[in-house]
Design a protein around this ligand. Sequence first.
Ligand code: G6P
Length: 364
Amino acid sequence: ESYDMGGHDTYMHKEIHEQVDAVDRVLRGRIDDRFSTVRLGGLNLDAREARGVRRVKILGCGSAYHTGLIGAQLIEELARIPADAEPASEFRYRNPVVDPDTLYIAVSQSGETYDTLAAVQELKRKGARVLGVVNVVGSAIARETDGGVYVHAGPEVCVVSTKCFTNTAVAFALLALHLGRIRDLSVADGKRIIAGLRKLPEQISEVLRGEEEIKKLAAEYANAKSMMFVGRVRGYPVAREASLKLKEVSYVHAEAYPASELKHGPLALIEPEVPTVAVLPDDDLLEKNRATLEEIKARSGRILAVAHQEQEKADHTIVVPRNEVELDPILMGIPLQLLAYHTALALGRDIDKPRNLAKSVTVE
Ligand code: G6P
C-alpha cells in the first residue's frame, strides 16, 4: 500500500477525486461511433449467443452487489433482458436453479472475494456461462469466468469502494449498451447513451467542485441518531450504496428503503434526529418522490435531497448535473460518497481502514 497519496490525507479522498480519470479510462477505446455501440474485446460472447440470452443474473458482495443492482436495471432498460442481482453468498447457499439460457455475471473489485468466487465455481460446475465484471486484472474471478469486462478503475486502497463502484456502474452501462445494440436498442438511442457516457467525466468534476458545500452538510448531519436513505427505481440502488458507505466509514447507523416502502414500516422511525437522504432523479417518478418528501416533512423529518433541481420540501438539496436518465445512478452516487467521507472525518474515524472490515474477504 505504498501508492502515492498525491497530496490527499486519505486514500478514500484521493480515490473519490480520481473518478474523473477513472471513468475516462473505462470508456477509452471502447466506443464505436460508426455503429453507435461499444466494443468489449474480452466478452467472449458473440452476437448469436447474446441474442439467445433469456435472463441475466448478477452476483457480488457488498458494494459490488450494489453495482449489480444498477447493472441489472441498465440491462433491463437498454437490452430489455430480464435481469436481477443477488448477493453471491445467498445465491450459492440456496441451491439455485441454473438455467442454460441465463447469462451469469460475477462482479468484484478484487476478483478474490471468496463468496463470489465460490458462486462462480458452482455455476461453472453446473455448466453455466459466467462473465466477470472485475477490476483486478488476472485475479481469481477474472481467470475462472468465460470472459468479461475489465473495470479499469486502477488500484483501490481504501476499504470503502468509491472509484471502483462508479467505474463498475459505467462498465455495466457499456455492457448493457452492447447487448442492447445486438438486440432492440435503436441507433438513435445508442448515440444518445454514448453522448451521455462521454459527458460523465466532466460532470463528475462538476459534482466534486461542490465538495465544500457537502462538507458543511456533513457537519450538520453527522450527529444524527440514524439516517434513512430512500429512492425509487433508479434512485434505489444509489440509496442502498450510500447507506452502506455511510455505515462502513462513519459508523452512523443507516437504512435504505425503496421510497414507496416507507409507509409500510420505516416511517415509524422518522423524527428530527433521524434525517432522510432522498435520491430524486428528474425522471417519471419525480412527482411520486416529491410526495414522499411531503410524508417525511409531515412527521418533522429533516431531508437532504440529491436531485437535478432544488427541492422545495427538502431542507437541503445537492444539485447534480443532468445526463440521460438511464445513467442517473452513476452521477447521483458521487455526492453521497463525499457525504460519507466528510461525516467520517467530522467524527474522527479511521477512514481508510474502518474497524472490523477488510478490503477483500477471501475466506468464508
Ligand atoms: C468487502 C469490502 C467491501 C466490498 C466487498 C466485495 O466486504 O469491505 O467494501 O464491497 O468486500 O469486494 P469485491 O472485491 O468482491 O468487490
